[in-house]
Design a protein around this ligand. Structure first.
Ligand SMILES: [Zn+2]
Ligand SMILES: [Zn+2]
Length: 394
C-alpha cells in the first residue's frame, strides 16, 4: 500500500518538461456534485490512507461536504476525505465525468483525477499524459477531419505553449486550466485516435526562436491573405512574428466578411478617438488599403485598426470602409488577430502536400523545430522565481 502511494506521489512530482500535466477541469464551474465512472482500463481510488479498486462502469457520487469530499456509490458511502484520487492502472484508462450541481454535459477524460475542496467548490485536477492532453487541445482548436500535417503543425504550437506556460497556475497547485485563459481543453474528443497518431508522429518537438527559446505560438483562423506583425496587434515586436503574404487561405469562407454600421455610430466612435466630426465630409471616411493596414486615418487622426476591431467586434482588423448616406459598409478580410499561423492557409498547404515543418517555417521566420529535451526553459522567464515541482497531493 505504502509503495503504491509512494510511486503515485513520485509521478505527480513533475516539472514543466515532465510527461504528466495537472489540468484544472471545469475550472470556470463551481462544482458541487459530480458523477464519475471509469469507462476504459482499470482504476483504483485513493481515499486518505487507503486504496480500493473501482469496478468498470461503477458510478461514483462525489459531493462537497464542508471542506471535504464525500464519496458514495449506489450501495454505500465510503466516507469523506480531504483528497480523493482515481488512479488508472493500465496506461489506457478513461473515465467519464458529469457535473450534477451545477448540471453540465458529461465529458470523457484520460488518465487520473484528483478531487479536493478549495474556494468553496470541488476542484477537479486531471493528471494526464502530456501527449494525450496535446491531442485533445489540437482537436478543440482545429475540429475533426483535418489533414494530419495540419494536426502536426498545431500540435507543435500547442506543445510549445504548454511547456512554456506550465507554471501559469503554479500558485494554485496545478499547471494549466481548461479555459481559453490557458488553452481550451474539453477532455478526450471522439476523433481522438486520428489526432493522437499525428501528435505522436511529432512527439516531444517544439518550436524555438534563433536563441533556442520557445516561441510565442500564435495562430488564428484566417489571415485574409497577409498575416500581421506582432507589434501591430500586441506591443512586443518579435523577430519571428513577421507579416507574410498568404495565397493559400484567400478562397476559404473566412477570407471575406461584410458589416454595415450606422453612420451615427461610426461618427460617435471617431469623435471618441479625437476626430473633429464637425469637419467631416463623406469622402474622409472612405478607406481602401492595398495591404493589411495598421491605422485607419481620418482627418489626420491615426486610429489603430485593432481599436476599430475591438470597438465594433469586427472579425479582423483588415477592412476597407465605404461611406453611404446613412451607413458605412465595412468589407473585411480574414478572421482573428492575424499573427502567426493561419489555420485555413495551413490546411490548404497540407492538402497540397506541405509537411508540418514547412508550414511552421512559412508562418514563423527563422525558427527551429527541436526536441524538448534539448531546450533550456529557464531563459523564457528570466524574472520568474525558481520553478518548483508540482505535487497535487500536497
Ligand atoms: Zn488558465
Ligand atoms: Zn492566411
Amino acid at each position: 500500500m505504502r509503495a503504491i502511494l509512494f510511486s503515485f506521489l513520485l509521478f505527480l512530482s513533475i516539472t514543466s518538461v515532465a510527461q504528466k500535466l495537472s489540468i484544472s477541469i471545469f475550472n470556470d464551474t463551481n462544482l458541487n456534485t459530480i458523477l464519475v465512472t471509469p469507462t476504459k482500463g482499470n482504476y483504483s481510488m485513493v481515499l486518505g490512507d487507503s486504496m480500493i479498486t473501482i469496478k468498470p462502469l461503477q458510478i461514483l457520487y462525489i459531493s462537497r461536504q464542508g471542506d471535504s469530499v464525500l464519496v458514495r456509490d449506489e450501495n454505500r458511502s465510503y466516507g469523506s476525505f480531504k483528497r480523493v484520487t482515481l488512479v488508472g492502472q493500465s496506461g489506457e484508462d478513461v473515465f467519464r465525468l458529469k457535473p450534477i450541481i451545477p448540471a453540465k454535459p458529461a465529458r470523457l477524460y484520460d488518465d487520473n483525477i484528483t478531487f479536493y475542496v478549495e474556494f468553496n467548490r470541488i476542484m477537479a485536477i486531471n493528471v494526464i499524459d502530456r501527449e494525450k492532453y496535446i491531442a485533445a487541445v489540437v482537436l478543440a482548436e482545429t475540429g475533426p477531419d483535418k489533414e494530419p500535417e495540419l494536426y502536426k503543425a498545431q500540435a507543435l504550437l500547442a506543445r510549445t505553449f504548454t511547456v512554456s506556460h506550465a507554471d501559469k497556475h503554479q500558485s494554485e497547485g496545478f499547471n494549466l486550466c481548461d479555459q481559453e485563459h490557458c488553452q481550451a481543453y474539453k477532455g478526450r474528443p471522439e476523433a481522438f485516435q486520428d489526432v493522437y497518431d499525428a501528435v505522436l508522429d511529432v512527439k516531444d518537438l517544439i518550436v524555438v526562436d534563433s536563441a533556442s527559446r520557445p516561441i510565442s505560438a500564435a495562430f488564428h483562423a484566417n489571415c485574409g491573405g497577409q498575416t500581421a506583425n506582432s507589434e501591430d496587434v500586441w506591443i512586443q515586436a518579435l523577430p519571428y512574428l513577421r507579416s507574410v503574404n498568404d495565397r493559400f487561405c484567400t478562397s476559404a469562407p473566412n477570407a471575406r466578411w461584410e458589416r454595415t454600421i450606422p453612420l451615427t455610430e461610426w461618427k460617435k466612435f471617431l469623435a471618441q478617438q479625437g476626430v473633429d466630426t464637425a469637419k467631416l465630409i463623406r469622402e474622409n471616411l472612405n478607406f481602401y488599403p492595398k495591404e493589411r493596414p495598421k491605422y485607419y486615418t481620418v482627418l489626420g487622426v491615426n486610429i489603430p485598426t485593432t481599436t476599430v476591431r475591438k470597438y465594433f467586434k469586427l472579425r479582423s482588423a483588415w477592412f476597407s470602409v465605404s461611406a453611404g448616406k446613412n451607413e458605412v459598409r465595412i468589407s473585411g478580410r480574414g478572421y482573428g488577430h492575424g499573427v502567426g499561423m493561419c489555420q485555413d492557409g495551413a490546411m490548404a498547404m497540407a492538402q497540397r502536400g506541405w509537411t508540418y515543418d514547412k508550414i511552421i517555417q512559412y508562418y514563423f521566420k527563422d525558427v527551429k523545430i527541436i526536441e524538448l529535451s534539448k531546450v533550456n526553459l529557464e531563459p523564457v522567464k528570466p524574472d520568474s522565481t525558481e520553478v518548483k515541482p508540482f505535487d497535487v497531493l500536497q
